[in-house]
Design a protein around this ligand. Structure first.
Ligand code: CA
Ligand code: CA
Ligand code: CA
Length: 169
């Protein structure tokens, strides 16, 4: 098992570009890629749990049902809103840490300190669409995990390349 959970911030920056730049189509690709660890955003784990028919693919319908049930379970006192306190408990249980992202700022669009069902659905839809790279309305496991690239090998601390591999013209 070489899975490692890392923060959303780290993922978003490092990965989007490299996935496009180096596809699996390389003609000489027998060498296994040792370039980095496989990682999953915490919210990807949540979506994976919505796979109702266990075919390892989460459809938008499964996600919609899962998100609604998720919000209901987060509203532990049943008052029709998820408070900041309730959200923290939910984050700790569902995302693995009370401070994991997405957090309150992402969910609470109107800033009233409560997460309505609509707000929860809207942001989770955004997360779904970000994960759904081919935009086919289904999340495959390949879309839920990513492989990181190691920083460059030179020991000079110049390891933060990888984002600007493609120079703008
Ligand atoms: Ca509540
Ligand atoms: Ca709100
Ligand atoms: Ca997809």
């Amino acid at each position: 098992m070489s899975f490692r959970i890392v923060s959303v911030a780290a993922l978003g920056l490092v990965l989007g570009v490299t996935a496009c730049a180096s596809g699996p189509k390389g003609p000489n690709g027998p060498r296994p890629s040792m370039s980095g660890a496989f990682v999953a955003k915490p919210v990807a784990l949540v979506f994976a749990s919505y796979d109702g028919n266990t075919d390892r693919i989460v459809t938008s319908a499964e996600a919609a049902a899962g998100v609604t049930a998720e919000w209901r379970s987060a509203d532990t006192n049943g008052d029709g809103d998820v408070s900041v306190f309730e959200l923290q408990s939910w984050s700790a249980a569902a995302l693995g840490d009370a401070n994991a992202r997405p957090g309150r700022l992402a969910f609470d669009a109107d800033g009233d300190g409560r997460i309505s069902l609509i707000e929860f659905q809207r942001h989770m839809t955004t997360e779904f669409n970000e994960l759904d790279k081919d935009a086919d309305g289904r999340l495959t496991r390949a879309e839920l995990v990513r492989q990181t690239q190691l920083p460059s090998r030179d020991a000079n601390g110049r390891g933060e390349r990888g984002r600007g591999e493609r120079m703008p013209r």
